[in-house]
Design a protein around this ligand. Structure first.
Ligand code: CA
Length: 237
């Protein structure tokens, strides 16, 4: 059964093109033409992936994303009209998983869609295989004053729950599972974001900075999540 995709785009020509191409690839598709209708459709239909335009009448894409991230975690692929650093960072901050700048090639968009769906499938399979083993759920990972509990999707620092954005959580979990190992930005992008087609490693750096603010005793001189010169990052625990 193919994953269901919701498209929220106010430009009729682009909306139709997206719908046609996604259907042609075998995905069931629904569309909405503004932010409020999009938000409602996402809540009711519960798609497996959302393609969300940034500039929308009524409620803009950022606000739709912010609302949805309170209680959903399906991948959100943002469409932005400008190659703007601010749009990109704000989009990721409100919980988008990937973004693509207009105008784009349909082939590129379909590749991004497939990469996101593959990432989600991988995570789901990991969970399933874990739950059929002797120990039904992955044990909490303890690193100093941090306790990461994958079974509950929560992180405690000195016994208090840390409020992490979805990508910060996935990033921390990935680091914790590979403690002491150098992880390149490419490895991180592929595993945490499912990006295989663009080498935009600034995204990793931004999220590492946010994560450090929450887990480092002194974020200005990181001791737990260290930068490896010319390489990537290493989690010391
Ligand atoms: Ca628009």
């Amino acid at each position: 059964m193919n994953e269901r995709i919701l498209v929220v785009e106010d430009e009729p020509a682009l909306r139709d093109t997206l719908e046609w191409n996604l259907r042609h690839e075998g995905y069931p598709v629904k569309t909405a033409a503004d932010g409020i209708a999009g938000l409602q459709a996402a809540r009711e239909w519960k798609p497996d992936l959302l393609i969300l335009d940034l500039m929308l009448p009524g409620m803009d894409g950022l606000e739709v994303c912010r609302q949805l991230r309170k209680d959903t975690n399906f991948p959100i692929l943002m469409l932005t009209a400008r190659e703007s650093e601010t749009d990109r960072v704000v989009g990721l901050e409100v919980g988008a998983d990937d973004y693509i700048t207009k105008p784009f090639h349909m082939r590129e968009l379909l590749a991004r869609v497939k990469a996101q769906l593959r990432r989600v499938r991988l995570i789901r399979e990991e969970k399933t295989s874990l739950s059929t083993e002797e120990t039904p759920l992955e044990e909490p990972i303890v690193c100093g004053d941090l306790t990461i509990n994958p079974a509950r999707g929560e992180v405690l620092r000195a016994g208090k729950a840390l409020s992490l954005k979805p990508k910060e959580y996935e990033l921390l979990l990935f680091f914790a599972r590979h403690r002491g190992q150098m992880l390149s930005r490419e490895q991180i992008l592929q595993r945490v974001w499912g990006w295989e087609y663009t080498g935009d490693s600034r995204t990793v750096d931004v999220h590492v900075r946010w994560l450090r603010e929450k887990i480092e005793p002194d974020p200005a001189t990181p001791a737990r999540l260290v930068t490896v010169r010319g390489g990537g990052y290493r989690f010391e625990g």
